[in-house]
Design a protein around this ligand. Sequence first.
Ligand code: BTN
Length: 327
Amino acid sequence: MTETLILRELLAAEPGWVSGGAMASKLGVSRVSVWHQMEKLRSQGFGFEALPARGYRLSKRPRMLHAGLVEALLKVRRKSFTFSIEGEVDSTNDEAARQLATGHPAPFAVFARRQTRGRGRFGRVWHSEANGNLYSSFGFRPRIAPERMQTFTLWMGVTICDLVSNFVPVRPGIKWPNDIVFDGRKAGGMLTEARVDADQIRDLVFGLGLNVNSRSSDWPADLARRAVSLSELAGSPVDINRLTAALIGRVLLAYERFADGDHTDAFVRLWNKFDVLRGREVTLSEAGRKRRGRVLGVDDVGSLVLRDEHGRTRGYRAGEVTVEKDG
Ligand code: BTN
């Protein structure tokens, strides 16, 4: 797309200038066509400075997700990967599942500015207004055994913590199994869903909701107390297009490493770095039962390992963790 190519030229030259003529001949289009494309980009929230002797320079980027800009910002481009940015969907996880079911080539990603039926774990509502937050789902067709799903989400979680730590001045944490937190407040959640054949995953959707540019005033009061956005932590708006391009790169690489079984050492290192539960006294609510214990870590199938008051240790595959007190 010419739009993406123009943006790529301007980004590569930043903070310098690119001449309209040079851009036109490099892209094999007329100068008028370059000018038309730039006017279109202006109407979508971009700003350009223009000087007759020097050409153009990017002076403003849109605050909203913009497909051409994300594409232009991708560091590694994979022929087989596609993504779309929707204004509104019910749930990006549902949209990705529909696309997988109708044979859309994987891997791919779906982003939306707003979800009308955003979902979290245990069927909870994921608040999904068009408030500058990220609602994303990746579709894959892995050939892996269903038991490996849990470790997949944990691995993706630490991958995302590592990515997010480049955008904010404070360290994120992973709260088993799927929360991205800052000092007890939630900035993101993951929802991995799969269709399973007899002994193999047929297709897999990895969903991530990340509070990027929302303000606490955008949320209902009870949520505002428990949630935080990256821009609140950074003290200024976060470039959602740059974040999204980086996310795509990280998720695809992490998926490949997981599928190749080449992620274990990195997983242990990153889990130890970002885990917020190790050593804490917690209550795990699981299938209507509550278990108390001290967190020892996660085992190699991704279960949370607790030691109870009698010194017995046991791993739990699912459940919700509440931290009881500083341990
Ligand atoms: C959780 O913390 O319970 C998981 C939240 C997952 C939310 C994301 S937003 C994008 C994707 N679409 C959904 O409907 N859910 C996930």
